[in-house]
Ligand binder design. Structure first.
Ligand code: NZQ
Ligand code: ZN
Length: 390
């Protein structure tokens, strides 16, 4: 186990009555509120009206940034930053999934920075404070409600970049599983894959003697796998939605990083699929993660991959040697992704061999010359993984 610092300051309000706490938070942080949301799902589910009623009840003045797209774009961040600067916004409130939340994070940071908000994503500048940020979550997936990350795409070159900073931690996040009942099966499934990926990126680490962190992660993964078929079958099953929602927040709040160094290559390889082909992040991960596993298995990955196969994918102890067990675990993972309605190959998404060199170059360049820690990848490795995903 390596030394670590763990701090996650986001206050979580969880459950059917969680929204009751919004009024108090508005009183705490201020009544000049910028509301950030997506294409309208929050209106369809009646959440917009509920939030506005609460804000009106607090005599809040509300500005709005709406129309955030999945794989959120820089343009709306620029607009939001301008609104904050011109109107002395006191609280940025995101209502929606990871895209709305990440946009709100980029706005809250950009509002406290004199230059262009993209500088912060490129590491060309820094802010020394941030506007208070709150979130109301309607999609269990990105874990942005408790993460220190924000991921934004610049339209001019479709460059998708993440920025990690403690300033991205929301002051509070409101999680009511009922808000996720209306999610279409595709987004439910993408969310499940993303949640599991956040756990697996941290799990596949080289550090030894991280038993507690390993077993916490395995328990969370098994919980998601057990509850996935329930929510796919019965979208309004509160208890199953609740298990997945809480797992989604824990998956990305860095608890499962403690004592070890996560890998994150699969995420970076996936970001190219989202950026270039506008594939949903979770759908891209269902394609990339099994391919990454097959590749790193051959690079001294047998021990951890076979542990994953036995403890998470329930491959029997007597199945075979570590390599055979690991391969069976990967096969079961692919089967699981397919069972929730996702594809696991690039071809099924219209992406062919000729696209691979460009994606590999871009991914490795964004990683600063390499990606990953479980196995360090260069351009030829990235190409090989994309090929395994064909
Ligand atoms: O735009 P609306 O109308 O709200 O519809 C959304 C959107 O079309 C819909 N939706 C959300 N809640 C719903 C609903 N539809 C019906 N009922 C509901 N209750 O779902 C669609 C997808 O929403 P989006 O926010 O894009 O999904 P997600 O939460 O998966 O976020 C994806 C983004 O998060 C980034 C991804 O790269 C991607 O850009 N990530 C952010 C992370 C972070 N900040 O920590 C970590 C992740 O690894 C990830 O990279
Ligand atoms: Zn993710």
């Amino acid at each position: 186990m390596i030394d670590f610092t763990f701090q996650n300051s986001t206050k979580i309000y969880f459950g059917r009555t969680a929204l009751d706490n919004l009024a108090g938070e508005v009183r705490r942080y201020g009544t000049r509120v910028l509301l950030v949301y997506g294409g309208g799902s929050i209106k369809c589910i009646g959440l917009y009206d509920k939030v506005m009623d609460i804000l009106r009840g607090e005599n809040a003045q509300v500005w709005e940034i709406s129309g955030v797209l999945p794989n959120p774009r820089l343009g709306l961040v620029e607009k939001g930053v301008a609104i904050c600067k011109e109107n002395d916004i006191q609280l940025v409130l995101a209502v929606g999934g990871g895209s709305a939340i990440d946009t709100a994070k980029a706005i809250a940071n950009g509002a406290c920075y004199d230059g262009h908000p993209w500088d912060l994503f490129e590491g060309k500048g820094s802010n020394d404070r941030v506007l208070p940020l709150g979130t109301i979550v309607t999609l269990s997936a990105a874990g942005s409600e408790m993460s220190n990350s924000s991921v934004i795409t610049r339209e001019s070159d479709m460059c998708k970049r993440g920025r990690n900073t403690p300033f991205n931690l929301p002051k509070f996040s409101i999680l009511n599983p009922e808000y996720t009942f209306t999610l279409p099966p595709f987004h439910t499934a993408c969310g499940i894959v993303d949640i599991m990926a956040h756990m697996m990126e941290r799990y596949f680490a080289r550090e030894e003697n991280v038993e507690l962190t390993d077993r916490m992660t395995e328990a969370a993964l098994v919980t998601v796998i057990n509850n996935a078929p329930i929510v796919m079958e019965k979208p309004d099953d509160y208890d199953a939605r609740a298990e997945i929602m809480w797992a989604g927040a824990l998956a990305h709040n860095n608890l499962f990083s403690t004592g070890r160094t996560g890998d994150w290559a699969s995420h970076k390889l996936e970001h190219e699929l989202s950026a270039l082909y506008d594939i949903a992040h979770g759908a891209g991960l269902a394609i990339i993660f099994p391919a990454w596993m097959k590749y790193v298995l051959e690079k001294n990955g047998e021990k951890k991959l076979s542990q994953f196969a036995r403890r998470v994918m329930q491959v029997p102890e007597n199945f075979g040697d570590d390599r055979a067990t690991a391969l069976e675990g990967i096969a079961r993972l692919e089967k699981f992704y397919r069972s929730i309605g996702l594809t696991t190959t690039l071809h099924e998404n219209g992406i062919g061999e000729s696209d691979i060199p460009r994606m590999a170059e871009r991914a490795i360049a964004l990683g600063g010359g390499s990606l990953g820690f479980f196995v360090k990848l260069g351009v030829p490795d990235a190409e090989a993984i994309y090929r395994l995903a064909l």
